[in-house]
Design a protein around this ligand. Sequence first.
Ligand SMILES: O=C(O)CCC(=O)C(=O)O
Length: 267
Amino acid sequence: MTEICIEDRFLFDLQGFIVLRGVLSQEECGELLTALRPLEAQDHPDEWMQSLEPGPPGRPTRETQIPHQTRLNGLPRLSAAFDRLIDHPRILPYLQAFVGEPQLINTWSISKEQDTAAGGWHRGVPTTDFSYKDGEIRSRMFNIVYFLTDNGPEDGCVVGIPGSHKSSFDLAWRNYKGLDMPGATSVTGKAGDVLLFSEAMIHDGLPKTTTGTRSNLYFNYVHAHYNVMMREPRNAHHFYFPAAIRARFSDQQRALTRWMELTRWDH
Ligand SMILES: O=C(O)CCC(=O)C(=O)O
């Protein structure tokens, strides 16, 4: 296993996030954008929703309810072009060091055009899901954000509160918009950079005031002991990949999605 340098361990433990520069080449960003754009433009029938038990709707594959923003859920179901990010060689050592036994739970893209508003401050798991013991950092849910385009301060970049993965106090997160949140710190970078963060850290997306499109891909992992199917059962369609999709994966990608072999899910 590749050792993570002490500076990165120090910073991730301290802040709850780190940014790795130049993980993807400009050519790779271009290839991923070429795969993403037609998927964002097309309709997705989401026939699986008809087989859900009566209750609230699941999330569609393409979400456009936020003006000027397009989100796609369940990327490897949509194209094999995204498979390589499941076990990216620069990222895998961080997954092993900071999660322990990583399993991919969720994948999505977010593209923002000019005038996309700020999102809403949130965290994916409580602060008890981040720990340090016997020399090991353990982040029970860990998000990897691939910047396919530049994420400048006005481009709708991700924003976080450094250290909030360990915060003892909660604020009424939804009462604060974007940079009005105490401690809010923009996470900027160039196309090809990657943000890694504990989902215990409070985070949000800033408004996009610039022209052009900002596109990021999100690959979210949990520790193997996390019960993936209990998190959002009505969205398990996007979490789970059928055997036919996993058949094209490498051994390593199959190992990172092994929970899917142990799950009964037909939709
Ligand atoms: O890129 C953004 O706008 C923030 C995304 C975010 O907070 C999320 O997907 O949980």
